[in-house]
Design a protein around this ligand. Structure first.
Ligand SMILES: [Zn+2]
Length: 189
């Protein structure tokens, strides 16, 4: 199960729990955080967002998964709860979580090739194999197909009315090129 599928299952289990037909899902801290903030309607929107991201990503056949949309991240505590627990939930490898906890809060490598990472994810190295294995990083990547997927995601999520609400919203992917500062695929909204 990939990370987006896991997040989707978590949200669907949370929905069942709200309906009184299922147990509270794990991780408990994220579930409790979300239940304090989410109405059933919010939760349905979150499920819709993650489903949309998952379907478009699978259709694209691209290696790196898109970032979880901030509408969802905010409501399940990704920006608020313990970094280690959140990192584990999002499938971040231990080596990269440790690197982040050492104070590397953004991509700070000078890669030899073009590197595409999931927006917001900080790899311990631009060639971290564990991050590659779990679809968070591709080195020697062609950014163009990612740019196209980013465009498709924006168009589809705009229709759900959630794209432009978040001031910190940047995008789904980061592209890092040798000897230059990392750039985002598109202008912020
Ligand atoms: Zn790593």
């Amino acid at each position: 199960m990939n990370t987006l599928e896991r997040v989707l299952t978590f949200l669907q289990d949370l929905r069942s729990h709200l309906d009184g037909t299922g147990d509270m899902p794990e991780p408990r801290t994220l579930a409790e955080f979300a239940l304090q903030r989410l109405t059933p309607m919010d939760l349905d929107i979150c499920i819709n967002i993650v489903e949309t991201e998952l379907v478009l990503w699978e259709e694209s056949g691209l290696h790196v998964r898109p970032a979880l949309h901030p509408y969802v991240s905010e409501r399940i505590g990704v920006y608020t709860l313990d970094d280690e627990e959140v990192g584990r939930f999002l499938g971040y490898p231990e080596c990269c979580v440790e690197y982040f906890l050492e104070g590397h809060v953004r991509f700070d490598h000078d890669p030899d090739n073009v590197v595409v990472v999931t927006e917001g994810f900080v790899p311990c190295s631009p060639t971290c194999r564990r991050a590659h294995r779990v679809h968070l990083l591709e080195f020697d990547a062609d950014p163009e197909p990612y740019r196209r997927l980013e465009g498709r995601l924006r168009t589809r999520l705009e229709k759900l009315g959630v794209l432009s609400y978040h001031s910190a919203y940047r995008g789904f992917y980061e592209v890092h090129v040798p000897k230059f500062e990392g750039v985002h695929l598109d202008r912020p909204y």
